[in-house]
Design a protein. Structure first.
Length: 621
């Protein structure tokens, strides 16, 4: 490590000697180039994401009276008369949420009765508990018969090979642009004349190595979509600039944290590939999250009123950052029990314990983030507005009690919208942040040339002000839109995600990141109360950076584009007989084909089966 540092130290000296005054002029020009490069990188990611349409997956279908075929595009499908049902049956005897068809990643399908009045019948027998289905089984929902036809392993392989592969923007070139951005930032710090220029250069070099190693690994495992990771590395690059200007001697430590975060990203993502295994560890992971918070309460010391830091063996970290991963995991992992009220009640209890622990720790900002994330998960799982309103009411009462017993929390709210009235007391941080941001203008004063970094917590809670001051308002806005584009990514692909687990996890993660970013940005400029939360990927700190990359795996899991996400399993190669035909074979005795000729052949059988049914259920009431 010493040899490595000496090499970059000599390199910095040579750069200054060779270029002299011209080097300072060049770095001055880069202030205008950096926003343009960042915008170019963001636009390339946005174009690649937004122009590509998903080719929906098909996991089977139900043949309804009249020969109507409803495709099953998800692993959890609601059958009922409600408008939001995946299989919509507009018949008076059908309940709004009558039953559910759920598929495991092993390929086994199960039918559930969701407390309907008339029940669910399979092959004319009423089910009293969840029933495993076979191809060709006849399901009766409220008097309406339908034939169940799942896709088998051969069909999965044919589907995977036939799905349209869109050409994506070459992310390798985008990473080269990001490398140029990192190089210009490094040169700005060298021009600023800091005593740790060698460590800054080494840190950005380490960032580049980790970034390219991540990209190469994804190509090795045959995944060619790297937009989400590119956006994360763009934000991380800004975060390294913040570390370089505030604590440059920690640059190599930040590289270590980044490496751990990327490893966690792949571990969590790989773990999510098997839903059966993931769901089994739902409550053990929730217990780990509660244990972390409990240890934090017992062993940590209060710093400026909050007990959110834990020091073990000389290393300090924020357990609440890692609990975010546990919280979303436990909230999303429902699957076959997603409709059980007791499962929702257990999650409400878990969420209440987390928020209560954060209130005890006086970590107001993180507590609010957890609560908002809970509201998103609770609504996605239950679909009940009443549950959300009840939770908001309970939280409002708890907030009043917390403010009355926690002077530290009350002081934050008393300063809100009155920061300039107390510039040397409660509004000290916000007034300095706003002054520094204004002095930076559109293009900033240059990396390493700011003064806000001398104020306490500038590189974490007030990082938006540091970015505005040194890199300019344009760059700060680009970073905001980068987080928003991550959310667009999640919402765009969540609707076609295979499982509700992926949908809930990705949407709640996107909501968490956006809300956390809003609290940081708007709190710095006194639009919202200053809660002391970090800007995702940008604020300095190992706990935050590692946790953000862990959360990134949940966003990646919703992407079912062909060869896009490593968290999505590709079907194993199987031998297909008669490969010249378009037929899709099934494991059991009933065979249905997806090509037009076989559809015509099967239509007579289906029509005869449903002969005599009144087709009025197909019309609107």
């Amino acid at each position: 490590m010493t040899i490595f540092a000496e090499f970059f130290d000599v390199l910095c000296e040579k750069v200054n000697i060779v270029f002299g005054d011209r080097f300072s002029d060049f770095t001055h020009i880069t202030r205008y180039i950096l926003p343009a490069l960042s915008l170019w990188i963001l636009l390339r990611c946005a174009i690649s994401l937004l122009r590509e349409k998903q080719s929906p997956e098909e996991w089977g279908y139900l043949t309804l009276p009249g020969g109507v075929r409803v495709t099953l595009r998800h692993w959890e499908n609601i059958i009922g008369r409600g408008k939001s049902a995946d299989v919509f049956i507009n018949y008076p005897t059908v309940s709004r949420t009558h039953g559910a068809l759920i598929r495991k990643d092993s390929g086994v399908w199960t039918i559930y009765d969701l407390g309907s009045k008339t029940g669910v019948l399979v092959n004319a027998a009423k089910i009293k508990k969840p029933r495993v289905l076979s191809a060709g089984d006849i399901i009766n929902i409220g008097g309406v018969d339908m034939i169940f036809v799942p896709i088998d392993r051969v069909g999965e392989r044919i589907q995977a090979e036939s799905r349209r592969r869109f050409s994506r923007k070459r992310q390798g070139f985008t990473l080269i642009l990001l490398n140029i951005l990192q190089l210009f930032l490094s040169l700005q710090f060298i021009a600023a004349g800091g005593e740790h220029s060698d460590k800054v250069l080494a840190g950005f070099f380490g960032l580049s190595v980790v970034m390219w190693a991540t990209y190469i690994f994804t190509r090795i495992i045959r995944r060619n979509a790297f937009e989400l990771e590119t956006m994360a590395f763009l934000l991380t690059t800004a975060g390294f600039a913040v570390t370089a200007t505030s604590v440059p001697e920690d640059m190599l430590k930040q590289v270590l944290f980044l490496t751990i975060g990327v490893v966690l990203y792949f571990v969590v993502g790989w773990f999510l590939r098997s839903l059966n295994s993931a769901v089994k560890l739902k409550w053990p992971i929730a217990a780990v999250g509660l244990l972390l918070l409990a240890v934090n309460i017992v062993l940590s010391d209060a710093v400026f009123g909050a007990k959110n830091w834990l020091t073990i063996g000389g290393f300090s970290f924020q357990p609440s950052e890692f609990v975010k991963v546990c919280f979303i995991f436990a909230g999303a992992a429902s699957l076959d029990r997603m409709f059980a009220r007791r499962n929702l009640i257990m999650f409400i209890g878990f969420a209440a314990c987390c928020v209560l622990a954060l209130v005890i720790m006086s970590d107001l900002g993180t507590g609010i983030i957890f609560f908002v994330t809970y509201l998103i998960i609770a609504f996605l799982r239950s679909g009940s507005i009443g549950t959300v309103f009840l939770s908001v009411g309970g939280a409002g009462l708890a907030a009043v009690m917390a403010v009355s017993v926690k002077p530290y929390i009350a002081s934050r709210f008393s300063t809100w919208r009155h920061a300039w009235e107390t510039p040397y007391d409660g509004g000290y941080q916000q007034t300095r942040t706003m002054s520094a941001a204004a002095s930076g203008g559109l293009f900033g004063v240059g990396a390493g040339n700011g003064w806000l970094e001398n104020v306490f917590a500038a590189n974490t809670d007030m990082v938006f002000g540091v970015i505005c001051e040194e890199l300019g308002l344009i760059m700060a806005v680009i970073l905001i839109f980068t987080v928003l584009l991550m959310a667009v990514y999640a919402f765009k692909y969540a609707s076609n995600a295979r499982s509700s687990f992926y949908t809930i996890a990705s949407v709640s993660t996107a909501s968490l990141l956006v809300f956390q970013m809003m609290l940081n940005v708007l709190g710095c400029v006194d639009i919202l109360p200053f809660t002391g939360v970090t800007f995702p990927f940008v604020s300095k700190g190992g706990s935050s950076l590692i946790a953000c990359f862990g959360l990134l795996a949940f966003l990646k899991a919703c992407d079912t584009r062909q060869n896009a996400s490593f968290t999505v399993k590709m079907p194993k190669k199987v031998k297909i007989k008669n490969s010249k035909t378009k037929a899709v074979r099934y494991d059991t005795h009933t065979d249905y084909d997806f090509d037009e000729e076989s559809d015509a052949a099967n239509s007579g059988r289906v029509d005869n089966f449903f002969d005599g049914y009144d087709d009025r259920w197909m019309k609107d009431d």
